[in-house]
Design a protein around this ligand. Structure first.
Ligand SMILES: [Zn+2]
Length: 406
């Protein structure tokens, strides 16, 4: 079977790991920072050397394209080059580099293809410098208001608009991806979780992105002196919140085993060691591919009494997203490609959000996952062995060619 080059793949990963290198095994490459611009420059340099045509749109997304034999809409593959603070060398960038490697293989092996093929680089996927995450795909796919996004500021007060204008990558609105110009998107990404590695699976066949809900709970008690208030007179909001967190864990554990839920944020007022807490807030993030299970989570939340341990309990939806299903035909191509190469594959849903989940609303899309060592991601320990990167590149290449044929 056709194979991408391991040496070239290795060189790509190593080269891009230099841009924003923290010296501790990872990178800090915030969107449109000097380090991120260096990575973009290297990307464009490599694309030009391959004879690709490079365009950017008004959100500085980069489209590097090789022509096909026919005048057809292009097949896109790619991801993002920005990282979180002290992030890893694989999240996002591997999707760009495997796409570039697939194109390089097509060119050097002179593989015929009808459709043009575009390697895409999304701007500001992480939202680590300018919130929110998946900003530019969100604007293009009609999820976010562009003016609001342009006004987003980093910690130094620089707006996204200013960074965009200074980057040299701001192009025309007409260059945005639209369904008439693009046929498909395939985004390869690291799993960012431990499942593939633990189950010794090479390729994650991503069927969609899990739906999620995020609720904020508030408990109101009475602040009193920690030394003088007997236990029976207390209205301790932290105690009420703790009891509720335990209740949620006990009940949510009874639901489907694929449900994941997290209380990642908690605050206690006044947060002084001699005062009984009077206002405590915590969040619950719950994710599952099946809307029915998410509904069950809501039933459990709704069953929380209005008064818990003499404190007022209330909750409010912070935000939610529905499960996104990728194009089933493309999902099959990914699964079959993995099989043809003799790789082990597993169908799964993504927990984290990715640009492809917005794009698939307007252009049929899918994703490919490769394992993350020990499940680590968004940290310097993030690692995917080069053999797994190569397997991912091969499956990506074959999936592009399958889309091209059909
Ligand atoms: Zn990513």
């Amino acid at each position: 079977m056709l194979s991408c080059s391991k040496d070239r793949m290795d060189d790509k990963v190593k080269t891009f790991s230099k841009f924003g290198d923290t010296g501790k095994g990872g990178i800090t490459r915030l969107s449109l920072s000097p380090e991120a611009l260096d990575a973009r420059e290297e990307f464009c340099k490599r694309c030009r050397a391959l004879g690709m045509d490079i365009k950017t749109d008004d959100m500085a997304n980069i489209y590097a394209t090789i022509p096909g034999e026919l005048d057809l809409p292009a097949i896109m593959a790619g991801s993002h080059l920005d990282s979180v603070r002290q992030g890893g060398n694989y999240d996002g960038v591997l999707g760009v580099l495997t796409a570039l490697e697939a194109v390089e293989t097509i060119i050097t092996e002179k593989i015929s293809h009808k459709h043009p093929i575009t390697v895409i680089v999304w701007t500001n996927e992480e939202g680590a410098r300018f919130e929110p995450a998946m900003m530019s795909s969100g604007v293009i796919c009609g999820k976010f208001d562009k003016d609001l996004m342009l006004a987003s500021k980093d910690l130094d007060g620089v707006t996204f608009k200013e960074a965009l204008e200074a980057s040299g990558y701001m192009g025309k609105v007409e260059n945005r991806m639209t369904p008439d110009k693009y046929r498909a998107l395939v985004e390869l990404h690291v799993e960012q979780g431990p499942v593939l590695e633990n189950e010794k699976v090479d390729i994650g066949v991503v069927e969609g992105v899990c739906g999620m809900i995020n609720y904020e709970f508030t408990f109101i008690g009475q602040a009193d002196h920690a030394g003088t208030t007997p236990m029976k007179y207390r209205k301790d909001a932290l105690y009420a919140a703790t009891k509720t967190i335990l209740y949620l864990h006990e009940e949510l554990d009874k639901l489907d085993g694929k449900l994941v839920y997290t209380t990642g944020k908690i605050s206690a007022h006044p947060n002084i060691h001699t005062v009984i807490p009077d206002i405590v807030k915590f969040t619950l993030d719950a994710r599952h591919q099946d809307a029915e299970v998410i509904k069950q989570v809501l039933e459990i939340i709704k069953a929380i009494p209005k008064i818990v341990e003499k404190c007022e309990a209330s909750y409010e939806k912070a935000w939610a997203r529905n499960t996104v299903e990728f194009n089933s035909e493309f999902v099959n191509y990914v699964e079959n490609s993995a099989k043809e190469y003799g790789y082990t594959a597993k169908r799964m849903y993504s927990g984290p959000g990715h640009d492809a989940q917005f794009v698939t609303d307007i252009i049929p899309s899918t994703m490919i996952f490769v394992p993350s060592e020990n499940g680590h991601s968004h940290c310097e320990k993030e690692f995917t062995p080069i053999d797994n990167c190569l397997k991912g590149a091969n499956v990506l290449l074959q999936t592009i060619l399958d889309i091209d044929k059909n």
